[in-house]
Design a binder for this molecule. Structure first.
Ligand SMILES: Cc1cc2nc3c(=O)[nH]c(=O)nc-3n(C[C@H](O)[C@H](O)[C@H](O)COP(=O)(O)O)c2cc1C
Length: 213
């Protein structure tokens, strides 16, 4: 396959430069919503693994790949997580087909000899730098979290990300052994009806959010 623009010829793209079809752009962004109400359809571990298998190719600094996932499925685990969520979000955790706790792994550097062989020595450099590793893990895991939300949509699933949980409590409850640090949770399933009662809110435009120098 060539990398020139001839692959775009003949297709009816709505925007100059958009290299995916209108349907794909709608599925991933324009018609996707943040979903709070899900059907009872199951979401399997295989589906989640397939989404991860796709989004793991998204870029991170030094290929650190610090995002970690806890798949919360059993009623007992849901109850433990729900107790650590703000009251308004508890019921959603209990009702969703499955909930993911997204976390950052400050121990990501141990994988650098494999993930970044050109910078393998950084594993030793970063070992004593716990604060730097925390910051790198958090920044890059959050980037991966964005990929994951879009990846779920690409798999025909809907995502309901929720912040506001007691992250230290979640870490103590679920990550005492791994040292992972929770970021936020994402309910996953298929939307029931519109999936949300909120009308779509405006978005800032490129002009609102950019400067050109
Ligand atoms: C990291 C993150 C945390 C969020 N936390 C909450 C939350 O705690 N409660 C909530 O109702 N919505 C939460 N949201 C949903 C956002 O408000 C929602 O994605 C945004 O308003 C856009 O909605 P839309 O995708 O339906 O257009 C969160 C979204 C993200 C990405």
């Amino acid at each position: 396959m060539t990398t020139d623009v001839t692959v775009l010829d003949g297709l009816d793209f709505p925007l100059p430069g958009l290299a995916v079809s209108d349907d794909v752009a709608d599925l991933l962004f324009r018609e996707a919503r943040t979903v709070g109400a899900f059907t009872q359809d199951d979401v399997t571990d295989e589906q989640i693994a397939a989404v991860y298998d796709l989004v793991r190719w998204g870029p991170t600094a030094m290929n650190t790949i610090p995002l970690r996932l806890l798949v919360v499925r059993t009623p007992e685990a849901r109850a433990r997580l729900a107790a650590l969520m703000p009251e308004g979000n508890r019921e959603r955790v209990l009702a969703a087909p499955v909930t993911l706790v997204l976390a950052a792994d400050p121990g990501f550097h141990k994988h650098l000899p494999v993930l970044a062989p050109h910078m393998a020595s950084y594993a030793d450099v970063l070992e004593p730098q716990a604060d730097t590793r925390d910051q790198m893990a958090r920044t890059n895991a959050l980037i991966q979290a964005g990929y994951l939300i879009v990846g779920l949509r690409a798999a025909g699933l809907d995502a309901g990300p929720m912040a506001g949980g007691d992250t230290q409590g979640i870490d103590a409850e679920f990550f005492a052994e791994t040292g992972w640090k929770s970021l936020f949770v994402v309910n996953v399933g298929r939307r029931e009806g519109a999936g949300t009662h909120r009308p779509r809110a405006e978005r800032l435009t490129f002009a609102d959010t950019s400067l050109t120098v």
